[in-house]
Design a protein around this ligand. Structure first.
Ligand SMILES: *Cc1c(COP(=O)(O)O)cnc(C)c1O
Length: 492
C-alpha cells in the first residue's frame, strides 16, 4: 500500500518511507491511498483475540511490507509487562450504556504510550527496510504527555536520538518531573518560552529548514517526528477502537453489528482521527464526539466549517488539549476534499490563521462527528461527582469528554458510548485533588501520596518516587534558539 501527501497526491511513498520521514517533503501529512475494509465476521473473530492479536490484525492491513511475524514481534515487545494490566487497554463499564476505555496503563501513564511503545519498533524496522545508514534524530514538541512517552519509547534505542521541547508554563508538575528525570544516553529535554503552539511552530520551522537539514546530513543525521503527524503514531491507535468495541460485545453491552459512539478528549486530533479510520474500515461507530476544553477551536469548526485560531489561548487543567492548531485535522480534510483544497486552506491558516471549508465538506464531517467543549469548572464538577457516586476516579482530560457527553445526554442525545480515557488521574493529581475539594500546595511525590490517601486508590508504579530521581535537564530556550539547541546536542 502506498501513502501520499495531503498536499500533493503525486508525492507517494511506501509505508516504511512514510514512517521514516514523518512529514512529507511538501509539508503535508502522509495518508494511506485506500482504507482497508474489515467485515463484521472479522470483527467477531477479533472479539475472541487478545489485545496483541487485535493489534497484529488491524495494523497488518496497512503495512503490507511487514510480515505477520514481524508485526507479532513488535506487538510482543510494545504491549508486554511494561503495561500494568494484562488487558493492555481495558474497557470499564460505568453502566449499561457507558464504558471507559483506559489507555493509560503503559509506562508513562498516558494514552501516548499506546503508539509510542510501538513507533520506535516500526521506525527502526522501516529504516532497515530502506537501507538507511544515517542516524535518525526524533524531534518532538510536546504539550506534556507525548514528550515523556516518546522519551520512554526511544531511550537507548539503537540508531536514534531524541530531543523534546515542552512549553515552560504549560505542563503539570508531575509531567515536568517525568521528562526532566528521563534516563538514556540519546535523550535531550528543554523547556521553551511560550505555549505549546510556540513549541510546535518552532519544531515545524526546524523541519522545513533546508540549511539545517544539510548541516545535519554532514553529521550523518536526519530528522523525523514522533508527533502524531507521523503515520506510525496514528496507526497503533486505530487498534484500540476495535478492541473497545469487542470488549463491549464481550461484556454483553452490544450485539455484534450494533452501533457505538466514542467520546474523545481532543487536542491535536490524532486520537479521534484514529477512531474515524476505524469507522471507515467498517467498525460500527455511529458518531465520534470531539470533546475540547476552553480552547474550543475544534468545537466551533465542527459546528460551522470555519477554523479560526485567532482567539484567546487558555491554560487549562487539561494541558494536553491546550492546542489551537490541530495538525491531524489536515488528514480528515484531505479525505473529505482533495490535495489542492488542503494546500490552500493550510496556506490560509499560516497567513491569516483562518480558513472556511464550505458547506459540502462540513456536511461530510458532520456525518461522522459531533462536538462540544467543557470548562475547567465543569470538568472538575464531573470528577468530583463521578467519584462520589461510583468510586471511579478520572483525570482532567477524560473529564472534559465525560462532561461533554453528559451534556449531550441531558439534551436528549442518547446512545451507547465509550469515553476514551487518556491519562491516569495521578498524572494530573493537583487538579484532581482540587476537584475533590482537597487542593493544597503539595508538589511531586507528596501530591501523589495525598491522592492515594484521599481516594483510597493506588498510584501507578511509574509515578511513585519521582522526587528521588536526578533532574538531568534544567534548560529553557526561546523559540528562535531551538534549532541551535538541537544542533548542539547532535554535535556532542
Ligand atoms: C495527547 C493527549 C490528548 C489529546 O490527544 P490528540 O491526539 O492530540 O487529540 C488528550 N488527553 C491526554 C491525556 C493526552 O496526553
Amino acid at each position: 500500500m502506498k501513502y501520499f501527501s495531503t498536499r500533493d497526491k503525486n508525492n507517494a511513498v511506501s509505508a516504511s518511507a512514510a514512517i521514516a520521514q514523518g512529514l512529507a517533503s511538501d509539508g503535508g501529512l502522509f495518508v494511506p491511498e485506500t482504507i482497508p475494509a474489515v467485515t463484521l465476521s472479522e470483527i467477531g473473530e477479533l472479539c475472541k483475540a487478545d489485545y496483541r492479536e487485535r493489534a497484529v490484525a488491524i495494523m497488518g492491513r496497512y503495512l503490507d511490507e511487514f510480515t505477520q511475524d514481524e508485526l507479532r514481534g513488535f506487538v510482543r515487545e510494545a504491549y508486554a509487562d511494561n503495561y500494568d494490566c494484562a488487558e493492555i487497554a481495558p474497557t470499564r463499564f460505568l453502566d449499561d450504556s457507558s464504558g471507559v476505555l483506559e489507555l493509560w496503563h503503559g509506562p508513562t501513564c498516558a494514552f501516548k504510550d499506546m503508539a509510542l511503545q510501538m513507533l520506535p519498533r516500526l521506525l527502526t524496522a522501516s529504516l532497515k527496510k530502506l537501507g538507511e545508514k544515517r542516524r535518525v534524530c526524533i524531534l518532538v514538541a510536546t504539550s506534556g504527555d507525548t514528550g515523556k512517552a516518546a522519551l520512554e519509547g526511544f531511550a537507548d534505542v539503537e540508531g536514534t536520538s531524541i530531543v523534546v521541547f515542552y512549553p515552560r508554563d504549560g505542563v503539570s508538575d508531575v509531567q515536568k518531573l517525568q521528562m526532566t528525570t528521563q534516563r538514556g544516553k540519546n535523550v535531550f529535554v528543554s523547556a521553551v518560552e511560550g505555549n505549546f503552539d510556540d513549541a510546535q511552530t518552532g519544531v515545524k520551522q526546524i523541519f522545513s529548514d533546508r540549511g539545517f537539514a544539510d548541516k545535519l546530513e554532514e553529521k550523518g543525521v536526519f530528522l523525523s517526528s514522533a508527533n502524531s503527524i507521523n503515520w506510525g503514531r496514528l496507526l497503533p491507535q486505530i487498534v484500540y477502537y476495535f478492541s473497545a468495541y469487542c470488549d463491549c460485545v464481550n461484556g454483553g453491552k452490544l450485539s455484534l453489528g450494533d452501533k457505538l459512539d466514542f467520546c474523545v478528549p481532543t487536542g491535536n486530533f490524532g486520537d479521534i482521527l484514529a477512531g474515524w479510520y476505524a469507522k471507515k474500515m467498517g467498525l460500527p461507530v455511529r458518531k465520534l464526539i470531539c470533546a475540547s476544553n476552553s480552547n474550543n477551536v475544534l468545537t466551533d469548526f465542527i459546528n460551522t466549517g470555519v477554523y479560526d485560531r485567532n482567539r484567546e489561548f487558555f491554560t487549562t487543567i487539561s494541558p494536553s488539549m491546550d492546542i489551537l492548531i490541530s495538525s491531524n485535522l489536515e488528514r480528515l480534510l484531505f479525505m473529505c476534499s482533495d490535495d489542492a483544497s488542503v494546500k490552500g486552506w493550510m496556506a490560509e491558516l499560516k497567513t491569516s490563521g483562518r480558513y472556511d471549508v464550505g458547506a459540502k465538506v462540513l456536511s461530510e464531517i458532520k456525518a461522522d462527528f459531533l462536538s462540544g467543549c467543557a470548562t475547567d469548572d465543569e470538568a472538575k464538577a464531573c470528577i468530583g461527582k463521578l467519584f462520589k457516586d461510583t468510586g471511579y476516579l478520572m483525570d482532567t482530560h477524560t473529564a472534559d469528554a465525560y462532561a461533554v457527553l453528559a451534556r449531550m445526554r441531558s439534551e436528549g442525545e442518547s446512545f451507547p458510548s465509550v469515553i476514551v480515557s487518556t491519562a491516569s488521574p495521578y498524572k494530573f493529581a493537583d487538579s484532581v485533588l482540587d476537584a475533590l475539594g482537597e487542593g493544597g500546595k503539595e508538589l511531586g511525590s507528596a501530591l501523589i501520596e495525598k491522592l492515594e490517601a484521599v481516594t483510597g486508590t493506588k498510584a501507578p508504579k511509574p509515578l511513585t518516587g519521582l522526587d528521588g530521581r536526578e533532574v538531568r535537564f534544567t534548560g529553557c530556550t526561546s523559540k528562535e534558539e531551538m534549532a541551535d539547541v538541537v544542533m548542539e546536542f547532535i554535535g556532542k
